[in-house]
Write a protein that binds this ligand. Structure first.
Ligand SMILES: [Zn+2]
Length: 396
């Protein structure tokens, strides 16, 4: 970067030495050269500003993406919790249903056993009746005293057999009911287990989505940090360029005889003597807009609209136009250290252009009340290394 600047300087020196030009020509040529250099620096600065705003846009886009991911993560996490709750609930239901299944199995086993026992009993009775039955029957029947007694006894035997048969049938029905219930419980359990498996799969999917989003978010964060590092670098470069610009401006002023402030000289009055009154000094004061105590970074000098404003010292105009709350304003750079601001200039009252060299006492503008102002006045600030200082001791 420095080589570029050094080369033209050497070239100019050589030209000046060998061609022995008229002094005026040399001055004009150097002035032209420095103007070119300033223009180059400004072009680089505007390029850099474009880069900076592009970076800032990229950073805010990434921040938006990160915000979206954060919302997504919150949503996924919510669904994960829901699914986990569902899993816990299903787990509980499965436990209960397994218990029911075990119980149903026990009941079924008991019912099967009852049926088997009754079956055995009946068969035994039948076999007994078959084997000894005739005898028993005969004994029972032959023991009867008369035909009526015989019929009664026969009927009683028949009743016992019928009763056994009925109990067996009841046991079988009972067993079938329990079997159906057991089947129902088993089916319910299978359904719950399917639901559990599905929820488990969903949970695994959500976990993997969550992990993925976290990874993307980390990537974005890293990218944002890289961009931010570049931004800081670009801003530092811009500052360095601004310092170069200031040095060139100071060089330009030195060529024109130089300013007197740095060497202890005083500033000229920015308004004609007797045309104004000081209304606010430098430092703390009551803000005319908010009524609160606030810092005031310059002097306020009330004067009628249109009163001429003078350059307080020789310098280069570095700003001529709207400047935030200052309304229409002019800033003059006097050397590498000092600059002055003239604010609230009336509409159309600016009479200088950026880059113009102005002499001490030269009319640059006219008093007005543009910007954050309650009446016609000049707000005058002196900057030393870009920090406002009290102008009072510096004014002649
Ligand atoms: Zn002010």
């Amino acid at each position: 970067m420095n080589k570029k600047v050094v080369f033209p300087i050497i070239l100019t020196t050589v030209l000046v030495c060998t061609m022995i030009p008229a002094v005026g020509w040399a001055e004009n040529s150097s002035l032209e050269k420095i103007n070119q250099e300033i223009a180059q620096i400004r072009a680089r600065m505007s390029e850099q500003k474009k880069n900076i705003s592009s970076l800032e846009q990229q950073i805010s886009a990434i921040q938006v993406q990160q915000k979206e991911l954060e919302d997504q993560l919150l949503y996924i996490d919510m669904r994960r919790n829901e699914t986990q709750n569902k899993l816990d609930k299903l787990d509980g239901q499965i436990e209960v249903t397994k218990g029911e299944a075990v119980k149903a199995q026990q009941q079924l086993d008991e019912a099967v056993e009852r049926v088997a026992k009754r079956d055995v009993l009946l068969k035994t009775r039948l076999r007994a009746m078959y084997e000894h039955g005739t005898v028993s029957y005969l004994e029972v029947l032959l023991g009867s005293t008369d035909f009526s007694d015989f019929l009664n006894r026969f009927h009683a035997l028949q009743t016992i057999f019928e009763q056994d048969k009925r109990i067996l049938e009841e046991n079988i029905r009972d067993k079938e009911t329990i079997e159906a219930k057991k089947k129902e419980v088993d089916e319910h359990l299978a359904k719950l287990e399917t639901m559990f498996a599905e929820a488990e799969k969903l949970k695994a999917d959500l976990d993997s989505q969550y992990k993925q989003s976290v990874a993307i978010k980390a990537e974005l964060k890293e990218k944002e940090e890289d961009l931010h590092d570049s931004l800081v670098q670009f801003e530092e470069n811009l500052l360095a360029m601004a310092r170069q610009e200031k040095a060139k401006l100071a060089e330009k002023i030195r060529m024109q005889g130089g300013s007197v402030i740095a060497s202890g000289g005083k500033l000229g009055l920015p308004l004609p003597p007797g045309s104004f009154t000081f209304t606010s000094g430098f430092g703390m004061r009551t803000d005319p807009f908010t009524g609160k105590s606030a810092g005031h970074n310059g002097l306020d000098m009330a004067a009628p609209k249109g009163t001429p404003i003078y350059a307080a010292e020789k310098g280069v105009v570095i700003l001529a136009g709207l400047y935030r709350g200052y309304g229409n304003a002019v800033i003059i750079q006097h050397d590498e250290t000092y600059s002055t601001l003239y604010a609230h200039i009336r509409e159309g009252g600016i009479q200088v252009k950026v880059g113009q060299v102005v002499q001490r006492g030269e009319k640059i503008a006219e008093v007005g009340s543009t910007g954050r102002s309650t009446g016609n006045h000049l707000h005058f600030t002196v900057y030393k290394n870009d920090v406002a200082i009290d102008p009072a001791p510096l004014i002649r």
